[in-house]
Design a protein around this ligand. Structure first.
Ligand code: UT7
Length: 324
């Protein structure tokens, strides 16, 4: 018998305000046509004034608990992946814990920018396999609209706000790749590339939150190579190949990156969950959002082999292979 971290529930929350590409035409020198054709993005959601990352995370967590038919007192650990916390500290995860009405277990944040959810999933898996927790609530939640430079057309049109959540539970499997649950992961980072994608503020530097800066084209080139590579490495660790994949659930940054990665993996776009048109790039929230939407659309079903992959600031990138 082998212990596995099996998905028991999934949910998401998007702020009410939908911002179509056209809204940016009045603010910066851009067009709906450029944004659609270069990124695939058509609209994104922005948090209301006063609405915080923990607010979004709590709503997504509640949806996941409902989906799992669980109450929060059954959860041992809460991990939130975010780069846009409400405060420098405490963690968003402890705010979610309190917001859900829990006083048991433990909660902490993970920061690996757009790859944050993949890193958080791998962490949750490690905790379940080591016996530290039986049920882990893993959340990706972001308010990237708070760190945009609204005068920079190369970044401000790309990002959105939202949250997604997954509940993992320890269950015994047979130790084969036919088991449900997380089968493998592959995590990477290379801090030499920090200038490609960063926020120009912080506690020990400027004392301000700062705004996002990105050399989009360079990140694009790294993404296309590294995402297929990490997905292959994770599949290989699980003793699987691209042919076994039912769904790629990629980080939703750019439709051209998603398509190029699927091509490199020789997986048809019919087996890729795409939400970038509706959400934009929601950083650590994009994969759990896509998992939740993919399930709601009837795409992801129990027993399906799902490959998640993401890359972002750091650079940090990785992949998790799981059977739903
Ligand atoms: O989530 C973390 C990981 N992030 C990513 O994966 C993002 C990766 N990068 C990308 O998605 C793409 O690089 C972008 C969508 C950001 C940019 O697309 P690109 O095809 O790489 O364009 P580019 O940066 O090479 O720029 C092409 C042109 C430039 O004009 P010139 O210099 O050729 O005259 C830009 O100034 O497009 C211009 N441009 C725009 N034009 C209209 C850049 N942004 C805009 C805009 N509207 N919003």
């Amino acid at each position: 018998m082998t212990m596995r971290a099996v998905v028991r529930g999934v949910g998401h929350y998007l702020p009410e305000r939908v911002v179509p590409n056209a809204e940016f035409e009045a603010k910066v020198d851009t067009s709906d046509e450029w944004i659609r054709s270069r990124t695939g993005i058509e609209r994104r959601h922005f948090a209301a004034e006063g609405q915080t990352t923990s607010d979004l995370a709590i709503r997504a967590a509640q949806a996941a608990l409902t989906d799992a038919g669980m109450t929060v007192d059954q959860i041992d650990a809460i991990i939130v992946a975010t780069s846009t916390p409400d405060f420098t500290f405490p963690s968003v995860a402890t705010m979610v814990q309190a917001g859900l009405g829990s006083t048991s277990g433990f909660a902490f944040d993970v920061q690996a920018v757009c790859a944050g959810f993949v890193f958080a999933l791998a962490n949750a898996n490690g905790m379940i396999l080591s016996g530290q927790a039986n049920r882990v609530l893993v959340i990706g939640a972001e308010t990237f609209s708070r760190i945009m430079d609204w005068n920079d057309r190369t970044t401000c049109v790309l990002f959105g706000d939202g949250a997604g959540a997954l509940i993992l539970e320890a269950q015994e499997g047979n130790g084969t790749s036919a088991d449900r649950g997380i089968l493998s992961s592959d995590l990477n980072s290379d801090g030499r590339h920090r200038d490609l994608l960063y926020v120009d503020g912080g506690v020990s530097t400027t004392g301000t939150a700062g705004v996002l800066k990105m050399q989009g084209n360079s990140v694009f080139k790294h993404a296309v190579v590294k995402l297929a590579e990490t997905a292959h490495k994770a599949l290989d660790k699980a003793g699987l190949t691209s042919q076994d994949v039912d769904w790629i659930v990629p980080h939703q940054a750019n439709l051209r990156i998603i398509t190029a990665t699927a091509e490199r993996m020789q997986v048809s776009m019919d087996h890729v969950v795409v939400t970038v048109q509706d959400h934009g790039n929601t950083s650590a929230a994009s994969i759990p959002l896509a998992l939740s939407v993919g399930k709601a659309r009837g795409q992801i079903k129990q027993g399906d082999l799902v490959v998640t992959e993401a890359i972002g600031g750091g650079l940090a990138w990785g992949s998790v292979v799981l059977r739903w």
